[in-house]
Design a protein around this ligand. Structure first.
Ligand SMILES: [Zn+2]
Length: 269
Protein backbone atom coordinates (compact mmCIF):
# COMPACT_ATOMS: atom_id res chain seq x y z
CA UNK A 1 0.00 0.00 0.00
CA UNK A 2 1.15 3.52 -0.75
CA UNK A 3 0.47 6.69 1.22
CA UNK A 4 -2.11 7.76 -1.37
CA UNK A 5 -3.94 4.44 -1.10
CA UNK A 6 -4.04 4.58 2.69
CA UNK A 7 -4.91 8.24 3.02
CA UNK A 8 -8.42 9.01 4.27
CA UNK A 9 -9.68 12.56 4.35
CA UNK A 10 -12.71 14.42 5.61
CA UNK A 11 -14.23 17.58 4.17
CA UNK A 12 -14.69 19.03 7.64
CA UNK A 13 -11.25 19.46 9.28
CA UNK A 14 -10.24 17.24 12.18
CA UNK A 15 -8.31 18.25 15.29
CA UNK A 16 -5.50 16.01 16.48
CA UNK A 17 -5.91 16.80 20.15
CA UNK A 18 -2.79 15.09 21.46
CA UNK A 19 0.60 14.60 19.81
CA UNK A 20 4.29 14.80 20.62
CA UNK A 21 5.37 16.47 17.40
CA UNK A 22 8.11 18.32 19.29
CA UNK A 23 10.02 15.02 19.31
CA UNK A 24 10.57 15.03 15.53
CA UNK A 25 13.66 16.57 13.96
CA UNK A 26 12.80 19.77 12.08
CA UNK A 27 13.56 18.08 8.75
CA UNK A 28 11.26 15.12 9.42
CA UNK A 29 8.57 17.35 10.88
CA UNK A 30 8.14 19.11 7.57
CA UNK A 31 7.02 15.86 5.91
CA UNK A 32 4.73 15.03 8.84
CA UNK A 33 2.98 18.40 8.59
CA UNK A 34 2.60 18.06 4.83
CA UNK A 35 0.97 14.63 5.24
CA UNK A 36 -1.28 16.04 7.97
CA UNK A 37 -2.41 18.81 5.63
CA UNK A 38 -3.20 16.22 2.95
CA UNK A 39 -5.47 14.50 5.51
CA UNK A 40 -7.19 17.84 6.24
CA UNK A 41 -6.07 18.03 9.85
CA UNK A 42 -7.06 21.56 10.85
CA UNK A 43 -5.18 21.77 14.11
CA UNK A 44 -2.48 19.76 15.88
CA UNK A 45 -1.91 20.13 19.60
CA UNK A 46 1.68 19.56 20.68
CA UNK A 47 1.66 18.34 24.29
CA UNK A 48 4.65 19.09 26.49
CA UNK A 49 6.11 16.45 28.80
CA UNK A 50 9.11 18.15 30.43
CA UNK A 51 10.37 21.75 30.63
CA UNK A 52 12.58 21.41 27.51
CA UNK A 53 9.73 19.67 25.68
CA UNK A 54 7.32 22.48 26.65
CA UNK A 55 9.79 25.04 25.34
CA UNK A 56 9.88 23.16 22.05
CA UNK A 57 6.08 22.91 21.76
CA UNK A 58 5.90 26.68 22.21
CA UNK A 59 8.48 27.33 19.49
CA UNK A 60 6.59 25.00 17.15
CA UNK A 61 3.31 26.77 17.84
CA UNK A 62 4.93 30.13 17.16
CA UNK A 63 6.35 28.88 13.86
CA UNK A 64 3.29 26.96 12.55
CA UNK A 65 -0.19 28.39 12.27
CA UNK A 66 -1.86 25.02 12.70
CA UNK A 67 0.05 23.87 15.77
CA UNK A 68 -0.92 25.00 19.27
CA UNK A 69 0.94 24.16 22.44
CA UNK A 70 0.17 22.34 25.66
CA UNK A 71 2.29 22.83 28.76
CA UNK A 72 2.70 20.12 31.37
CA UNK A 73 4.94 17.65 33.15
CA UNK A 74 4.36 13.99 32.28
CA UNK A 75 4.23 11.78 35.41
CA UNK A 76 6.68 9.23 33.96
CA UNK A 77 9.20 12.01 33.30
CA UNK A 78 9.38 13.20 36.90
CA UNK A 79 12.87 12.66 38.27
CA UNK A 80 11.86 13.75 41.77
CA UNK A 81 9.25 15.97 43.42
CA UNK A 82 8.03 18.82 41.21
CA UNK A 83 9.99 21.63 42.88
CA UNK A 84 8.78 25.18 43.14
CA UNK A 85 11.20 26.61 40.58
CA UNK A 86 10.17 24.06 37.93
CA UNK A 87 6.50 24.61 38.67
CA UNK A 88 7.00 28.37 38.32
CA UNK A 89 8.83 27.84 35.04
CA UNK A 90 5.93 25.76 33.68
CA UNK A 91 3.48 28.38 34.92
CA UNK A 92 5.38 31.14 33.11
CA UNK A 93 5.49 29.14 29.87
CA UNK A 94 1.76 28.43 30.18
CA UNK A 95 0.89 32.14 30.12
CA UNK A 96 2.09 32.39 26.50
CA UNK A 97 -0.60 33.17 23.92
CA UNK A 98 0.12 30.01 21.89
CA UNK A 99 -0.66 27.78 24.88
CA UNK A 100 -4.23 26.48 24.79
CA UNK A 101 -4.26 23.75 27.43
CA UNK A 102 -2.40 22.21 30.37
CA UNK A 103 -1.06 19.07 28.71
CA UNK A 104 0.00 16.65 29.69
CA UNK A 105 -0.08 15.61 33.31
CA UNK A 106 -1.54 12.73 35.29
CA UNK A 107 -0.56 9.47 36.96
CA UNK A 108 1.38 6.52 35.56
CA UNK A 109 1.65 3.44 37.77
CA UNK A 110 3.77 1.25 35.50
CA UNK A 111 6.41 -0.78 37.41
CA UNK A 112 9.33 1.56 36.69
CA UNK A 113 7.41 4.80 37.16
CA UNK A 114 8.32 7.43 39.78
CA UNK A 115 7.04 7.14 43.35
CA UNK A 116 3.24 7.41 43.53
CA UNK A 117 3.21 10.14 46.18
CA UNK A 118 5.58 12.27 44.09
CA UNK A 119 3.35 11.84 41.04
CA UNK A 120 0.20 12.69 42.99
CA UNK A 121 1.72 15.86 44.42
CA UNK A 122 2.90 16.94 40.96
CA UNK A 123 -0.58 16.34 39.55
CA UNK A 124 -2.22 18.41 42.31
CA UNK A 125 0.19 21.31 41.77
CA UNK A 126 -0.48 21.23 38.02
CA UNK A 127 -4.26 21.11 38.41
CA UNK A 128 -4.03 24.18 40.66
CA UNK A 129 -1.95 26.06 38.08
CA UNK A 130 -4.32 25.07 35.26
CA UNK A 131 -7.26 26.37 37.31
CA UNK A 132 -5.48 29.60 38.10
CA UNK A 133 -4.74 30.12 34.38
CA UNK A 134 -8.15 28.81 33.30
CA UNK A 135 -6.60 26.19 31.00
CA UNK A 136 -8.34 22.88 30.26
CA UNK A 137 -6.42 19.83 31.50
CA UNK A 138 -5.35 16.91 29.34
CA UNK A 139 -4.93 13.93 31.60
CA UNK A 140 -2.71 10.87 31.28
CA UNK A 141 -3.81 7.92 33.42
CA UNK A 142 -2.15 4.51 33.20
CA UNK A 143 -2.99 1.78 35.72
CA UNK A 144 -4.02 4.61 38.02
CA UNK A 145 -7.63 5.45 37.19
CA UNK A 146 -9.18 5.41 40.70
CA UNK A 147 -6.47 7.74 42.06
CA UNK A 148 -6.67 9.97 38.98
CA UNK A 149 -10.44 10.38 39.34
CA UNK A 150 -10.18 11.00 43.09
CA UNK A 151 -7.52 13.71 42.70
CA UNK A 152 -9.38 15.41 39.83
CA UNK A 153 -12.43 15.60 42.09
CA UNK A 154 -10.53 16.71 45.20
CA UNK A 155 -8.72 19.44 43.24
CA UNK A 156 -11.91 20.69 41.53
CA UNK A 157 -10.60 19.99 38.03
CA UNK A 158 -14.17 20.31 36.78
CA UNK A 159 -13.70 24.11 37.05
CA UNK A 160 -11.61 23.93 33.87
CA UNK A 161 -12.54 20.51 32.43
CA UNK A 162 -10.46 18.99 29.69
CA UNK A 163 -9.85 15.65 28.05
CA UNK A 164 -9.06 12.15 29.29
CA UNK A 165 -6.25 11.40 26.86
CA UNK A 166 -5.92 7.94 25.21
CA UNK A 167 -9.13 6.76 26.79
CA UNK A 168 -9.20 2.97 26.97
CA UNK A 169 -11.40 2.33 29.95
CA UNK A 170 -14.73 0.93 30.99
CA UNK A 171 -18.20 2.45 30.88
CA UNK A 172 -17.82 3.09 34.63
CA UNK A 173 -14.66 5.16 34.06
CA UNK A 174 -16.24 6.94 31.08
CA UNK A 175 -19.14 8.05 33.27
CA UNK A 176 -16.83 9.19 36.06
CA UNK A 177 -14.74 11.26 33.64
CA UNK A 178 -17.80 12.77 31.93
CA UNK A 179 -19.34 13.59 35.32
CA UNK A 180 -16.41 15.86 36.13
CA UNK A 181 -16.64 17.61 32.77
CA UNK A 182 -14.00 15.72 30.82
CA UNK A 183 -14.16 14.69 27.19
CA UNK A 184 -12.93 11.19 26.36
CA UNK A 185 -10.12 11.33 23.83
CA UNK A 186 -9.93 8.31 21.54
CA UNK A 187 -6.86 7.15 19.68
CA UNK A 188 -5.80 4.19 17.55
CA UNK A 189 -6.61 1.51 20.17
CA UNK A 190 -10.20 2.14 19.04
CA UNK A 191 -9.30 0.43 15.75
CA UNK A 192 -8.52 -2.90 17.41
CA UNK A 193 -9.76 -3.17 21.00
CA UNK A 194 -13.21 -4.72 21.08
CA UNK A 195 -14.11 -3.98 24.73
CA UNK A 196 -13.32 -0.31 24.08
CA UNK A 197 -15.36 -0.36 20.88
CA UNK A 198 -18.33 -1.77 22.81
CA UNK A 199 -18.12 1.08 25.35
CA UNK A 200 -17.67 3.79 22.73
CA UNK A 201 -20.65 2.54 20.71
CA UNK A 202 -22.87 3.45 23.68
CA UNK A 203 -21.48 6.92 24.35
CA UNK A 204 -22.80 10.18 22.98
CA UNK A 205 -20.54 11.87 20.41
CA UNK A 206 -21.01 15.05 22.43
CA UNK A 207 -18.45 13.75 24.94
CA UNK A 208 -15.83 12.52 22.50
CA UNK A 209 -12.71 13.95 20.89
CA UNK A 210 -9.93 12.24 18.92
CA UNK A 211 -6.14 12.19 18.86
CA UNK A 212 -3.19 10.16 17.54
CA UNK A 213 -0.71 10.56 20.45
CA UNK A 214 1.92 10.63 17.68
CA UNK A 215 5.54 10.28 18.70
CA UNK A 216 8.47 9.11 16.55
CA UNK A 217 8.42 5.34 16.00
CA UNK A 218 11.64 4.52 14.10
CA UNK A 219 11.34 0.92 15.36
CA UNK A 220 8.47 0.34 12.91
CA UNK A 221 10.08 -0.70 9.64
CA UNK A 222 7.27 0.48 7.40
CA UNK A 223 7.04 4.31 7.59
CA UNK A 224 3.31 4.13 6.78
CA UNK A 225 2.74 2.26 10.07
CA UNK A 226 4.47 4.93 12.17
CA UNK A 227 1.68 6.82 13.89
CA UNK A 228 1.28 10.38 12.61
CA UNK A 229 -1.55 12.92 12.53
CA UNK A 230 -2.54 11.76 9.01
CA UNK A 231 -3.82 8.53 10.65
CA UNK A 232 -6.48 10.52 12.52
CA UNK A 233 -9.24 10.01 9.88
CA UNK A 234 -8.90 6.26 10.53
CA UNK A 235 -9.96 6.87 14.14
CA UNK A 236 -12.80 9.10 12.93
CA UNK A 237 -13.90 6.44 10.45
CA UNK A 238 -14.02 3.72 13.12
CA UNK A 239 -15.87 6.03 15.47
CA UNK A 240 -18.42 6.77 12.73
CA UNK A 241 -18.93 3.07 12.15
CA UNK A 242 -19.45 2.39 15.88
CA UNK A 243 -21.87 5.28 16.22
CA UNK A 244 -23.77 4.49 13.02
CA UNK A 245 -23.19 7.95 11.53
CA UNK A 246 -21.10 9.20 8.62
CA UNK A 247 -17.52 10.34 9.03
CA UNK A 248 -18.37 14.01 8.36
CA UNK A 249 -20.69 14.01 11.36
CA UNK A 250 -17.86 12.67 13.49
CA UNK A 251 -15.48 15.28 12.06
CA UNK A 252 -17.87 18.12 12.73
CA UNK A 253 -18.84 17.10 16.25
CA UNK A 254 -15.40 16.09 17.53
CA UNK A 255 -13.86 19.28 16.14
CA UNK A 256 -16.62 21.41 17.68
CA UNK A 257 -16.14 19.59 21.00
CA UNK A 258 -12.43 20.27 21.01
CA UNK A 259 -12.85 23.95 20.16
CA UNK A 260 -15.46 24.21 22.92
CA UNK A 261 -13.05 22.61 25.36
CA UNK A 262 -10.48 25.29 24.41
CA UNK A 263 -13.13 27.94 25.08
CA UNK A 264 -12.49 30.17 22.10
CA UNK A 265 -8.71 30.22 22.30
CA UNK A 266 -8.54 28.87 18.76
CA UNK A 267 -10.63 29.33 15.65
CA UNK A 268 -10.06 27.13 12.62
CA UNK A 269 -9.48 29.00 9.38
ZN1 LIG B 1 1.16 12.01 25.42
Amino acid sequence: MTFEEELRTTVHPLIDGHTHVDQWSPGDLEGLLERARRANIGLIIAAGTTVPSCERTLLLAEANSFIKAGIGMHPADLTGPLDEATAQHLHDLATHAEVVEWSECGLDYMPNSPDKAIQQDALRVQIRMARELDLPLVIHSREADPDTVRILIEEHASDVGGAWHYFGGSMYLAKQAMDIGFYLSLAKPLLREEPLQAVVAQLSLDHLVIETDSYPQPFKKNPLRRTEPWHLPQVAEKLAQLQGVDIETVAEITTTNYLRMLRGRVALI
